[in-house]
Design a protein around this ligand. Structure first.
Ligand SMILES: [Zn+2]
Length: 85
């Protein structure tokens, strides 16, 4: 059985490599940070795995804002908190 090549991305918090489809993409848009379930939205994106601890760190630390080169607003943090898997 040959292993099919699937694109891999890295969770910005724990740095674990995962299949792109197993990660959640966060995109920086003019309206703030948005979840991108399709993975096709334009804009600078960052990936998070589905570990709750990674999302909490994304909300509570500067890891995500550094990666996206943006300052997280209160609204962005709220949106992320609500999206925690
Ligand atoms: Zn992670």
């Amino acid at each position: 059985m040959g292993k099919k090549h699937t694109p891999e991305r890295t969770c910005v918090v724990c740095r674990e490599k995962r299949d792109k489809r197993a990660l959640h993409r966060i995109v920086r848009t003019d309206a703030g940070l948005e979840l991108d379930p399709s993975g096709k939205m334009n804009g600078r994106g960052a990936y998070l795995c589905d570990k709750k601890s990674c999302w909490e760190k994304a909300v509570n630390t500067t890891i995500l804002s550094k990666s996206l080169r943006v300052t997280l607003t209160e609204q962005d943090r709220e949106r992320l908190k609500q999206a925690i898997p």
